[in-house]
Ligand binder design. Structure first.
Ligand SMILES: Cc1cc2nc3c(=O)[nH]c(=O)nc-3n(C[C@H](O)[C@H](O)[C@H](O)COP(=O)(O)OP(=O)(O)OC[C@H]3O[C@@H](n4cnc5c(N)ncnc54)[C@H](O)[C@@H]3O)c2cc1C
Length: 440
């Protein structure tokens, strides 16, 4: 956990940081006085900034506090895949919760992509290079292909959504340049973005509208005296008294004890990424010619895309810790086994971060008491969803009733046996790797 005086840590080294280097964001000053506001938002990632957007739009005075620079968490490190899905498939949601719920969840998933589009437009975040490219899910076995084709078919016939189309083995090979897949399903309502530019663009937009964002400002304590309608947030440089608090700290909630109870709602999972040097022209012309984002169907899923002629390759790594160098070699081996031509291509960037997985595989938005609202647990698909749910968290904090369907949480529901989560995650991941290896 952070010591009370720990200064904000710098943005981790990554391709995103290198691309943003020519337009550094002027570092926000830490909070250095006492404040009173209507709503205090903790966390300056997509969730927190989307919450601030919704508050500012309603004329509610708010402030955003982050222990680190804007986008230091997952929002500045992710793969930049903007997707319209949850980890739980829509047919599974239908089976478990009925058709009405599946329809509502489908609507929410696509709304997330609309929100990203509208933020990029409204705040003119051209530097984030959002492109509505679609996303291709590539099947590693015939069995996996049958399953994703059945899902596409169900979505088309039951939800009238024609955005998912099946691709043959030859089509996937032509498009990706890899012989490693037997076919795939293209989801047209998806895209790619530069994640750090996106979160910084949101922050610039909020600052321009007069919302103060204090970086290097960890919230160390949150307390409310009996009978006091306000919550007091204690930071190293001053206190913030607020009528409502929105906790938007997701998989980094354990930075301080003030927010660590929210970490118990999650199983944090390390996710790692590598980016190659610029590919030689012939390879660049052959690999991922449609420049979409790509995922595969293995349980320990890998994903890839191209940025400025570089291959980006990512995957979950349950065995390493953030900042460690473990996992990157395995990622490179997985990349080369799908793209043998990349065997001699140099890796120039390696980085990682934590994704917040939940027990029910869905994000959670709710109130932990009458003055505190939280949104977290995007299960590795938060670019679009956090941009939407941060706004819904703000609405909840103001007493509104946004449509949340299965995402609405009745309160904090800590993961059972939370202290055993790390060995548990490793055990499950090891089992998944065995199943993937034998093609089960
Ligand atoms: C490597 C990686 C790849 C990913 N790829 C994708 C992808 O391609 N597509 C996709 O949709 N999603 C992806 N994700 C997930 C996505 O990045 C997250 O779901 C999303 O960024 C969550 O945003 P957030 O604002 O909720 O949290 P974060 O961006 O993590 O922000 C939380 C913030 O809270 C701050 N904080 C924590 N505690 C305190 C405290 N006590 N006081 C003050 N501040 C505090 C932290 O400093 C941090 O800045 C990926 C994640 C990772 C790590």
């Amino acid at each position: 956990m952070l010591a009370p005086t720990t200064p904000g840590r710098p943005q981790p080294d990554s391709l995103w940081r290198a691309l943003a280097a020519d337009a550094p964001l002027s570092p926000g000053a830490p909070l250095a006085r006492d404040l009173a506001v209507e709503v205090a938002v903790i966390g300056a990632g997509y969730s927190g900034l989307a919450a601030a957007y919704a508050l500012q739009k309603r004329g509610v005075e708010c402030v955003v506090l982050d222990a680190n620079p804007v986008g230091w968490g997952a929002s500045g490190r992710n793969g930049g895949v903007v997707s319209s899905k949850f980890r739980l498939s829509f047919p599974t949601i239908h089976k478990l919760h009925g058709l009405d719920t599946a329809k509502r969840m489908h609507r929410l998933a696509h709304e997330g992509v609309r929100v990203v589009e509208s933020f990029v437009d409204e705040f003119r975040i051209d530097r984030a290079r959002f492109e509505h490219t679609g996303s291709l899910r590539c099947a590693h076995t015939e069995r996996a292909l049958d399953a994703i084709c059945a899902e596409a078919d169900w979505v088309r016939t039951t939800l009238n959504d024609t955005s998912m189309t099946v691709q043959s083995r030859a089509e996937v090979e032509r498009e990706t340049g890899s012989k490693g897949f037997v076919g795939g399903v293209l989801s047209a309502d998806a895209g790619t973005i530069l994640p750090l530019e996106y979160v910084r663009g949101l922050a610039r937009g909020m600052t321009a509208r007069g919302v103060p964002i204090y970086e290097s400002t960890p919230v160390l304590k949150m307390h409310r005296a009996a009978g006091d309608a306000h919550v007091t947030l204690v930071t190293p440089g001053g206190t913030v008294r607020a009528k409502q608090v929105i906790v938007a700290t997701n998989a980094y909630s354990d930075l301080t004890s003030a927010t660590s109870p929210y970490q118990r709602e999650l199983v944090p999972f390390r996710s790692a990424m590598i980016a190659t040097e610029c590919l030689p022209a012939d390879l660049d012309a052959r690999l991922m010619v449609e420049r979409r984002s790509y995922t595969e169907t293995r349980r320990m899923m890998k994903w890839f895309r191209k940025v400025d002629g570089r291959m980006l390759f990512g995957g979950r790594d349950a065995f390493g810790k953030e900042g460690q160098m473990t996992g990157f070699d395995a990622l490179q081996r997985a990349m080369v086994s799908l793209f043998p031509d990349l065997a001699d291509v140099r890796i120039e960037y390696r980085w990682s971060g934590y994704v917040g997985m939940t027990f029910n595989s869905l994000p959670h938005v709710g109130r932990s008491d009458d003055a505190t609202t939280f949104c977290l647990g995007y299960n590795g698909a938060g670019v679009a969803m956090a941009s939407l749910l941060g706004q819904h968290a703000a609405a909840l904090a103001l007493g509104e009733t946004p449509e949340l369907s299965l995402l609405g949480a009745p309160g904090l529901r800590p993961v059972p046996f939370h202290s055993l989560r790390a060995p548990g995650v490793r055990l499950v991941a090891a089992w998944y790797q065995i199943l993937d290896a034998i093609g089960a």
